[in-house]
Design a protein around this ligand. Sequence first.
Ligand code: NAP
Length: 281
Amino acid sequence: MRILVTGANGQLGNEMQVLAKENPQHIYFFTDVRELDICDEQAVRAFVTENEIDVIVNCAAYTAVDNAEDNRELCDKLNHVAPGYLARAAQSRGAAIIQVSTDYVFDGTAHIPYNEDEPTCPASVYGFTKLAGEQAVAEGCEKAVIIRTAWLYSIYGNNFVKTMMRLGRERDNLGVVFDQVGTPTYANDLASAIYAIINKGVVPGIIISAMKVSVHGMILRRQFIVWRVLSLAKYVRFIRRIIRQKLPVRPIPYWIRQRLKPLSILKSRIGKRALRVAWHY
Ligand SMILES: NC(=O)c1ccc[n+]([C@@H]2O[C@H](COP(=O)([O-])OP(=O)(O)OC[C@H]3O[C@@H](n4cnc5c(N)ncnc54)[C@H](OP(=O)(O)O)[C@@H]3O)[C@@H](O)[C@H]2O)c1
């Protein structure tokens, strides 16, 4: 397969590059905005055609969730319009596209985890644009897989874990919302799920891939299994224990940061076993 990975310098894109070494049967085109701006429709079409791409993995996105309300146009272009360009370019070659989406397509007011069948109801610019991107991809390409994930972290790029580690070094205590709950997902696990989907053959549809529990054989694996889902404050305590920081965590109620959703737990209805059967995952 000839695989185009966009946004390859981000968290997930980097993990796709790492795992490419374990999947040498494919030919890769790792691009970020400098090599291929996904907002340039002509460039996208030309790249996909000239390089005879079979699968596009779109890791590029506007991910500054808290800034999205002030940057609606750019956010919509990157998260909605551009994925449509990629999908139509894929369709024109009979190729497949894997679009990465988010728990923000829900408003976070549910009291049970969101599965693949839940009706979507975004409540933020980021969420609306990501949902519109899902729809543009599904309408633009017959072989489209939408993967919803949440709270990505990795050694690459920026994420909540790294921010907290930095603040932990800079401050003598940390204020963290305690009533936001989610499913932290190791970007390398998600990349591995994406490779499984590609290797087994793309089955169009929406799936959830979040918190695959095995956190790279990391310390305190048992706590992850017990908690299953974590509040941000618990998550920070967990990180603090890993890096042996002594600083106290000061819980802040969610309402101070309205844009954060209280509950963003994703749980696949299909389930891990079914995913394993479908994609040998
Ligand atoms: N991070 C999370 O917690 C999270 C949670 C749920 C879902 N997701 C989704 O997962 C996917 C990957 O997230 P991530 O955390 O890996 O994102 P990321 O680290 O922000 O990476 C996105 C990459 O896209 C690049 N990019 C920006 N504009 C571009 C353009 N016009 N053309 C090509 N590339 C462009 C960025 O470059 P610059 O850095 O130079 O802008 C960056 O390298 C996204 O679809 C995101 O919505 C993320």
